[in-house]
Design a protein around this ligand. Structure first.
Ligand SMILES: NC(=O)C1=CN([C@@H]2O[C@H](COP(=O)(O)OP(=O)(O)OC[C@H]3O[C@@H](n4cnc5c(N)ncnc54)[C@H](O)[C@@H]3O)[C@@H](O)[C@H]2O)C=CC1
Ligand SMILES: O=C([O-])CC(=O)C(=O)O
Length: 330
């Protein structure tokens, strides 16, 4: 029995993500929460002939409470997306409060749920979530994940295009750090199986992974950012969490977590100076069971990228924590 919730279910990511979750036969209940349109989205998706019983909720009539109560996994793609010319940090003003409110609901109604945060800026919204959960006395760092899978998916796709691999998902590439620009650090030197990238193509490849989001924002020309590839990536991560919780072994995927609270994470936090950081995480029944150190084996060029990552990420993390500890005056 698995109850999954999508918070922000009517949006560009929320709808296709809800569709993919409905297609997963391990899910028995799927609750769709949003401030608009969930009755329609839920009615539509509920006609699909898979086990999950689908319900849609709006804030009225205790919708948040009814959606979240009993949830095992909550995926959060709620909040505004970028338009051309904006950074992810420009979304902070609006999305920080949205994420805070949803996490308060989780703390109250389903404190044991695995929480997957998609809303940007992930580098700050995950620290916000941690701080809210801490204050409510229910923070379990093994159950809070910032979803950085789209960076991994992009790295797999773009590298396959260069080395001529026909099935991009066959190559595992650790992409670590945060989820914006220079804080995204792909470690191609640790790809499995190893890849041989021509030296004159490496910088452009790294840059494309770091700024892949901008490529989509530009192409959509004001109509938002990545939604379909993000729904795929969010689903891929959610599916792995569900499989691991149900006992499947050996599942590893990078995610942005609170390192000091995950076994193996403390040393990485000390080495990077960042408490929140994405590294490959071994998933299991209790959630994030092990943080895998790929930082110390980065090559010199990657170490240089990591230095730039640490600087940007530290500021984003403090901004999130500060938002909860010293709320802006309204
Ligand atoms: N982590 C990642 O790799 C990625 C993150 N994103 C982020 O995901 C977020 C959503 O993007 P889109 O789906 O394209 O945006 P969208 O605007 O299409 O959908 C967002 C949805 O959130 C809903 N919403 C707003 N406030 C809410 C609240 N308090 N409770 C519940 N729902 C609420 C809106 O009604 C809307 O349906 C953005 O912040 C975007 O930057 C996007 C792509 C990749
Ligand atoms: O670029 C954006 O704003 C959305 C996002 O996080 C991504 O596509 O990686």
């Amino acid at each position: 029995m698995v109850k999954a919730v999508v918070a922000g279910a009517s949006g560009g990511i929320g709808q296709p993500l809800s569709l993919l979750l409905k297609a997963n036969k391990a899910i028995t209940e799927l609750a769709l929460y949003d401030v608009v349109n969930t009755p329609g989205v839920a009615a539509d998706i509920s006609h699909i002939s898979t086990p999950a019983v689908v319900t849609g909720y709006l804030p009225k009539d205790d919708g948040l409470k009814n959606a979240f109560t009993g949830a095992d996994i909550v995926v959060i793609p709620a909040g505004i997306p970028r338009k051309p010319g904006m950074t992810r940090d420009d979304l902070f003003k609006i999305n920080a409060g949205i994420v805070q409110g949803l996490i308060e609901g989780i703390a109250q109604y389903c404190p044991k749920a695995y929480i997957l945060v998609i809303s940007n800026p992930v580098n700050s919204t995950v620290p916000i979530a941690a701080e809210v959960l801490k204050r409510a006395g229910v923070f379990d760092p093994k159950r809070l994940f910032g979803v950085t899978t789209l960076d991994v998916v992009r790295a797999e796709t773009f590298v396959a295009g260069i080395v001529g691999e026909k099935d991009p998902s066959k190559t595992t590439i650790p992409v670590i750090g945060g989820h914006s620009g220079e804080t995204i650090v792909p470690l191609f030197s640790q790809a499995k199986p190893s890849v041989s990238i021509p030296a004159d193509k490496l910088d452009a490849l790294v840059n494309r992974v770091q700024f892949g989001g901008d490529e989509v924002v530009k192409a959509k020309d004001g109509a938002g950012s990545a939604t379909l590839s993000m729904a795929y990536a969010g689903y891929r991560f959610a599916e792995k969490v569900i499989k691991a919780v149900n006992g499947e072994k050996g599942i590893v995927e990078p995610s942005f977590v609170y390192l000091p609270g995950v076994p193996g994470g403390d040393a990485i936090a000390k080495a990077t100076g960042c408490d929140f950081f994405s590294v490959p995480i071994e998933l299991g029944p209790s959630g994030a069971e092990k943080a895998i150190d790929v930082v110390s084996s980065a090559n010199d060029a990657e170490k240089k990228l990591l230095e730039a990552c640490y600087t940007g990420l530290k500021g984003n993390i403090s901004k999130g924590i500060e938002f909860v500890q010293n709320p802006p005056q309204k």
